[in-house]
Design a protein around this ligand. Sequence first.
Ligand SMILES: NC(=O)c1ccc[n+]([C@@H]2O[C@H](COP(=O)([O-])OP(=O)(O)OC[C@H]3O[C@@H](n4cnc5c(N)ncnc54)[C@H](O)[C@@H]3O)[C@@H](O)[C@H]2O)c1
Length: 343
Amino acid sequence: MKIKKPKYFSSFSLLEKELAKQNYSKIFVLVDSNTRQHCFSKLLSFSKNIIIIEIKPTDEHKNLISCEKIWQTLSAENADRKSVLINIGGGMICDLGGFAASVYKRGIDFMHVPTTSMAMCDAAIGGKTAVNFANAKNIIGTFHQPKQIFICNDFLKSLPKRELISGLAEVMKHALLNNDKKILNQLNEIAVDDLDWKKLVKSSVEYKMKVIEKDFFEQNIRKLLNVGHTFGHAVEAALMHDEKKKLLHGEAVAMGFRFEILLAIIVFDLKLDEANFVLELLDKYFPIIKFSSTEKKKIIALLKADKKNQNGKINFSLFKKIGNAKIDCFVSEEKIEQLLKAF
Ligand SMILES: NC(=O)c1ccc[n+]([C@@H]2O[C@H](COP(=O)([O-])OP(=O)(O)OC[C@H]3O[C@@H](n4cnc5c(N)ncnc54)[C@H](O)[C@@H]3O)[C@@H](O)[C@H]2O)c1
């Protein structure tokens, strides 16, 4: 399937001009309170004649209640099929706005202006939209391509450092799947503050585009992009309502990688030097989280409810080696419980 390439902008003013060119009957902009303050406010001339919809930040608000707020505004303002919703924000806003637009009047155009490393490197690319439901991540959603994606690295300047680092989990994922030595060396050798985000974003986007062009609807090789995510999503959901322990998406995915790398050693004899390389890379950027026995139970319950499971077996994508992962690795619940006990 042909996928439109994102457009890159070196400054706010260039992006602003591009957005101002949009020729729709009505332009709606979805933001959260942070992206309204730090990102939308930078796009001064674009800010005229548009309707803003503001949602509270964080993943807790990526839900049907926020969707309803978006749909209420679209209806009240008579949005028609020639209207557009421009999502200015991180993965939360892109997933939420993408979903809301993809089903409103059976689908209106939407565009993404990703403002976090996570959204630039991953969430805004690939046309997966979703909201969380019944305590599970991304359980309601659609595959729907954005009309356009505008990437401007300037937005990363106001992003808190913890959020910036969170996006590295997906950069790592793409570089490990692609065995991209240049990016892996950069991640391994360079200090966090000196990372070249332009290169990291571009390499991640290019790899992900290559995969989704071959398999947009995730019937086959797109499942590779789930490495680290089966366990990661369960961890993210299990801790979501714990104010002290809740994790950013990338931090949860990093825990997912740690668990699934150990699983790959058991299932595929993944070489220990490769496993150690990945684990040390994760340690450079991400905290190691210890789970209580109650949390482990919650994680198991969430893994059992994963949308990819079949016949009571949990479905993982696992590394056989760096640059070679396998999809549809079905592992029994007993094996997972045993490993999690020791984790
Ligand atoms: N659809 C996909 O393919 C895909 C892929 C990866 C992740 N995701 C989803 O993305 C979400 C996580 O995305 P995220 O990590 O971007 O989190 P996020 O969207 O919640 O943003 C993180 C925080 O940063 C703030 N923020 C955003 N941009 C800012 C900026 N430029 N300056 C200052 N503050 C800013 C936000 O308000 C929020 O508080 C999760 O819901 C995850 O499931 C989706």
